[in-house]
Design a protein around this ligand. Structure first.
Ligand SMILES: [Ca+2]
Length: 313
């Protein structure tokens, strides 16, 4: 026989259930925190009003220690005489993650680089920059300023570099290397869109209307699956030195593929030189390179079994 529960015991159990429910809701936190609030802890916030590490309270913002940094607002140059950079990462500072958090770092003519990464020696730097825009700077959008060899671990993803006077994202050739660019856009920069050193990669990016070449690369790189438009004054893709670079499955409009050195692999690309950009070949390849048959689209029906063919039209 089930024993009867006393009235006092029932009241105790009821109170316990109510208090337990309240404590669980409190521990779960606010389901709808204020917009713009940074949820992760131990991240250093950067914005126009709060520039830690700067004694003057003005640009450039310097990253002097390893860590995770996040923009919580746009950073814009307002002084037309400002000649420095926007954000500067000191030499020998490794393990930096810089989340642009959807914001823009914007310069003026005569200013320096939007983001400038200093180097003092070779090594695994492990620096990642992602998710935002860098535009309007007097020099480059992002510069990895190294001349001391590669083996760096550098990554830029989901970043737009636009209307900078110099290059979009750049590093010295020879000297730089180990830079991985994915899902980025370089548009309307005065120099090269992306300049990457040895053992680097540009994948699934959009490169448009830059004053020099679209992408400049050195040896051991992978230039894969990019859309590259309107670089008649230079080349859409320009391999300037080294070997073992793979150039594959890129779509170029009004810009050619130019390879200056031997020992590279060029397959499955599609180059369209529109009438105002048609002097010279679509594929300007130095001797001793390996490349898929170059097929003119206008003359071809079914292409048969050549899966490595490059196309031109
Ligand atoms: Ca620069």
């Amino acid at each position: 026989m089930i024993p009867k529960i006393e009235w006092a015991t029932k009241r105790f159990l009821l109170c316990w259930i109510i208090l337990e429910s309240i404590s669980r809701v409190a521990l779960a936190g606010d389901l709808y925190p204020p917009l713009g609030q940074v949820q992760a802890t131990n991240r250093v916030q950067i914005n126009q009003q709060f520039i830690p590490g700067s004694t003057s309270g003005t640009l450039p913002w310097r990253i002097e220690e390893s860590g995770s940094y996040v923009l919580t607002g746009n950073i814009k140059v307002t002084d037309p005489n400002y000649a420095g950079h926007g954000i500067e990462i000191d030499a020998d500072v490794n393990d930096v993650t810089l989340d642009l958090n959807g914001f823009v770092i914007e310069g003026l003519p005569g200013s320096g680089d939007g983001i400038h990464v200093n180097f003092s020696g070779a090594g695994a730097r492990n620096i990642t920059i992602f998710n935002g825009s860098v535009r309007g700077w007097g020099d480059d959008g992002i510069e990895f300023d190294t001349t001391v060899g590669d083996a760096f671990v550098l990554r830029v993803t989901d970043v737009r570099v636009m209307s900078n006077s110099g290059d979009g994202i750049t590093m010295p050739i020879p000297g730089g290397g180990g830079l991985f660019l994915t899902h980025c856009m370089a548009r309307g920069n005065g120099g090269t869109g992306f300049r990457i050193g040895g053992s680097s990669e540009v994948r699934e990016c959009l490169v448009e209307d830059n004053g020099g070449d679209g992408i400049v690369c050195a040896g051991g790189c992978r230039i894969v699956d990019n859309l590259i438009n309107r670089h008649c004054d230079g080349a859409g893709i320009h391999q300037v030195l080294g070997e073992h670079t793979l150039i594959q499955a890129n779509r170029l409009i009004a810009g050619r593929i130019r390879v200056d050195s031997p020992g590279n692999l060029i397959v499955q690309n599609d180059v369209n030189l529109v009438p105002n950009c048609s002097s010279g070949p679509s594929y300007e390849l130095a001797g001793s390179n390996t490349f898929g048959e170059i097929v003119s689209i206008s003359n071809t029906g079914q292409i048969g079994a050549n899966a490595w063919a490059n196309f031109q039209d």
